[in-house]
Design a protein around this ligand. Structure first.
Ligand SMILES: *Cc1c(COP(=O)(O)O)cnc(C)c1O
Length: 407
């Protein structure tokens, strides 16, 4: 009746299914067409845990897009290291709620330790975990409004859509600033008076990985750096790409991108976390400690993050990021050497925009089976986009498949 504890072997079997699926090849773009083989309405009677997992193994384990496939050179979604699989399972089983000190004393310490390790990397003095940088951007701009009195938001025209969402939610007008040919904010076109503005600088734009001049807008009331993608480069040999980030008032970093974490894991960090958190705090009632930020109940996302940082260390993480960026550089070099292909720009943060010179990228992509790239629109034109988040990606396999699909 209870079914809260596994029968002998059931959990081991589930784990073995996962390992078997990971060892099977899979496809780089999943299987979007096969219908789900599940009841269409809520089942009246249960079939038990083992049968439930058997029913879900197809969609969960064999059909997914394989972000670790050698032909997957597409999105900002990395494969996750095995320690995060185990740590995530531990967190699910213990189900701590970080909202309460009394029910999650150790889990709260773990999150604090993760912040203590990572905030100084960006010159920040604290912050907290959120489920993604969309929410990190919203949280940071909320602090900018309520802790610093910001009355408007300014970002480049290619800033992430979450900046526009945040401005809308917060009731702050958003002004966009044009970008240069390399997709960086034209800092010379910023308004002269920034005394009431939060300026969002992007470190690693979603489309091309460009980094805005991070020393711009020094007179802004608040400077937020959206480093969702490129933030972790601060731990790699590419650290100089982010010089200036340490002078921000707040920073967003998605751990589920280049820190190789399972979703949903990100950090919002502040130069003065006490003041920012004070503006984001709600207390009273049954809460023993103030509730800080957007989330109420939240779980121990810090556990897989700490497991990864402990397992790899700063040097190991940096080496893995370097290796990923080297794949982007190899891809870009190969594209530049192929007369049929056009490279948008050299890779700055591991995002490569490219396209066939004489064929429609969308049509070419549809003809490919063993490789996968994403697409992006730059100006009004569609380009392929390949993101260096997959350590197993094979740049030559990807380029050869595109050349073959040109016909
Ligand atoms: C991915 C990304 C975001 C949004 O982060 P999520 O973690 O997906 O919510 C914001 N800004 C930039 C530049 C990004 O690349």
């Amino acid at each position: 009746m209870h079914d809260f504890l596994p029968s002998d072997q059931a959990l081991h079997e589930a784990l073995q299914q996962l390992i078997d699926a990971k060892n099977a090849p899979g496809t780089p773009h999943g299987d979007p067409v096969a219908p789900l083989d599940l009841p269409e309405a809520l089942p009246a009677h249960g079939i038990g845990g083992r049968a439930a997992l058997a029913a879900l193994a197809g969609p969960a384990l064999t059909r997914p897009t394989r972000v670790d496939h050698p032909g997957f050179f597409a999105h900002m979604d990395p494969p996750t290291p095995w320690v995060t699989w185990a740590a995530t399972q531990w967190a699910a089983a213990m189900n701590q709620n970080l909202l309460h000190t009394d029910s999650a004393p150790a889990a709260r310490l773990l999150e604090r330790r993760a912040i203590e390790w990572l905030a100084p990397v960006f010159g920040m003095d604290g912050g907290h975990l959120v489920p993604g940088s969309s929410l990190a951007n919203l949280t940071a701009l909320w602090a900018a409004r309520d802790a610093a009195g910001v009355r408007r938001v300014i970002a480049s025209e290619v800033a992430h859509v979450s900046v526009a969402k945040a401005a809308r939610i917060l009731g702050l007008p958003l002004t966009t600033v044009p970008v240069d040919a390399a997709q960086r904010m034209r800092a010379d076109l910023l308004p002269d008076d920034l005394s009431d503005a939060a300026v969002v600088l992007t470190a690693g734009t979603t489309a091309t990985g460009a980094v805005d001049p991070l020393d711009a807008a020094s007179t802004a009331r608040w400077r937020h750096v959206d480093a969702a993608w490129a933030g972790p480069l601060r731990l790699s040999s590419h650290t100089a790409v982010l010089d200036g980030i340490e002078r921000a008032d707040s920073v967003a970093v998605s751990a589920h991108k280049l820190l190789y974490q399972p979703k949903e894991s990100a950090l919002v960090l502040f130069a003065d976390a006490a003041a920012a958190h004070d503006a984001l705090s709600f207390g009273g009632g049954y809460l023993a400690v103030p509730n800080i930020g957007l989330q109420g109940s939240h779980g121990a996302a810090a556990l897989p993050l700490l497991a990864t940082l402990l397992a790899w260390g700063r040097d190991g993480l940096g080496a893995r990021i370097d290796a990923d960026l080297a794949l982007a550089e190899r891809l870009a070099a190969r594209i530049a050497a192929e007369p049929e292909l056009e490279l948008f720009a050299p890779s700055v943060t591991g995002v490569v925009a490219w396209r066939p010179r004489h064929a429609d990228p969308t049509a070419v992509r549809e003809r490919m089976t063993d490789v996968w790239v994403s697409t992006t629109v730059i100006g009004a034109q569609t380009w392929f986009r390949s993101v260096a988040a997959n350590p197993f990606a094979d740049p030559d396999l990807v380029v050869d498949a595109v050349l073959a699909a040109l016909g």
